[in-house]
Design a protein. Structure first.
Length: 112
């Protein structure tokens, strides 16, 4: 059995924009824990590395985020964030719901 040890200094601190609370009001409460766990598991280490569920974003006027995390049933939830590599922090800016080709944050459609 191989044990992989990770130094605590390698983790990123996760912070949330105050608007995220408003965004969560538009998502069923039963999914809040699932979204929080995905954020903690996916963004605490190497949040700047592209994976199947993490994608870099093209610059947009609507969001200041550099990255998108997909999570939840059918990857319907989107977490938008930027990672400060020097400061070792991840700042979650928005959480939305994707249905088909439409994305809604706090009940309003957003274009990416």
């Amino acid at each position: 059995m191989t044990i992989i040890m990770v130094k605590m200094s390698q983790t990123f601190e996760i912070t949330y924009d105050p608007e995220v609370k408003t965004h969560l009001r538009f998502i069923e409460v039963k999914y809040h824990t699932l979204i929080r766990k995905a954020i903690e598991e996916q963004l605490a280490f190497e949040p700047h590395v592209e994976t199947r569920n993490r994608k870099p974003l093209l610059p947009t006027a609507e969001l200041d985020a550099d990255w998108e995390l997909r999570c939840g049933p059918d990857n319907r939830f989107r977490v938008f964030y930027f990672a400060d590599l020097e400061g070792r922090t991840v700042h979650v800016l928005a959480i939305g719901v994707k249905k088909g080709n439409r994305l809604a944050i706090a009940g309003e459609e957003i274009r990416l």
